[in-house]
Design a protein around this ligand. Structure first.
Ligand code: GLV
Length: 325
């Protein structure tokens, strides 16, 4: 008998075809969002789950389904999964690192450029029919070329973002739990490790790329925003909750920083409605990894992890190898 799996959300049909070669698959082509209770019921009798960041795989979901052997997330971030509870229950957990590095770095740049040069704000103005004449000061923004790029969280995506700044003659500062090896710093446009405070004070453009955890909750709040330059832009492509959205709204409204580009929000897909009242913020719906090839690569990566896990092999991207003992 084939192992049974749940695919929680709609995904590329070719991925379901691949999974069906190995498993009895319950998929969700209508893309219904399951509540925690529904997920608990759907997982009964399942050996594995291909999940997305929008499902919370809590200790309750895990405790109700101790027969699970693998939880394979279609994302590099995995704060939606209680990995400790899964590990205690000897369930493998995997993510999809690497395949999204370049696409996500591209998008961080897109948000930074759009926020600094007021791309969406000016487009809305143009679409609203307000462009009557040329003026010397129409939508003056901040320069990216020659400026100082700050990166908070210098993992693989942070380094890919830094590398892109070579062509823009930027100085790169970063703050991270640990210093990168010298050759990685050199490859990341000679990025320099600084304190968080110096990063906040010196960056013209600050990009957040750190994973969400209770320790990084509101890593950027009112006190941190107060340290930033008045002309600075802030970009969050990491996770909602890393920024205190209420504090950011106040800072943007009072122009204590110039602009922000946000792909992630506290409580998404809901978000603070006041963001919609601010012209100086670029808002996107958690799409930093959403190029066609990258989303396909992420889905296949998660599927391959599940196939390996349920065939007794070590999945390439296992986060808790200790469960295999
Ligand atoms: C997307 O947010 C991811 O973590 O891959």
């Amino acid at each position: 008998m084939k192992p049974k799996i749940l695919v929680t959300r709609a995904v590329f049909p070719e991925v379901i075809d691949l999974l069906a070669q190995h498993f009895e698959v319950e998929s969700n082509p209508s893309d219904q969002m399951y509540t925690e209770d529904e997920l608990i019921v759907k997982l009964r009798g399942k050996d594995g789950i291909l999940a997305t960041p929008s499902e919370r795989i809590s200790s309750d979901v895990i405790a109700a389904n101790p027969q699970l052997k693998a939880i394979c997330n279609m994302a590099v971030g995995f704060n939606n999964i209680d990995v400790e509870a899964a590990t205690r229950a000897r369930i493998m957990v995997t993510n999809t690192p690497e395949v999204l590095n370049q696409t996500t770095a591209d998008f961080a740049w897109a948000l930074m450029m759009a926020a600094a040069r007021r791309v969406t704000e000016s487009e809305h103005w143009l679409r609203a029919g307000q462009w009557q004449k040329w003026r010397f000061d129409t939508f003056l923004g901040a320069d990216v070329y020659g400026s100082t790029l700050g990166i908070l969280g210098m993992g693989r995506i942070g380094q890919a973002i830094a590398r892109r700044s070579l062509g823009f003659d930027m100085r790169v500062l970063y703050h991270n739990r640990s210093r990168l090896p010298a050759e990685q710093e050199a490859h990341a446009n000679n990025a320099t490790l600084v304190s968080k405070e110096e990063l906040l004070r010196s960056a013209d453009h600050l990009i957040l790329v750190l994973p969400y955890s209770p320790q990084t909750h509101h890593a950027i709040g009112a006190a941190e925003l107060a340290l930033m330059k008045p002309g600075a832009t802030l970009v969050n492509i990491a996770r909602g909750g890393i920024v205190d959205d209420v504090a950011l709204i106040a800072a943007l409204r009072e122009r204590r920083i110039a602009a922000a580009g946000l792909d992630v929000f506290e409580n998404e897909p809901r978000f603070h409605p006041d963001f919609l009242t601010l012209p100086n913020v670029v808002l996107t719906p958690h799409i930093a990894s959403a190029s066609e090839p990258t989303r396909r690569a992420m889905a296949f990566c998660a599927a391959e992890n599940l196939i390996a896990a349920l065939s007794g092999a070590q999945p390439q991207n296992i986060l808790n190898p200790e469960v295999r003992g």
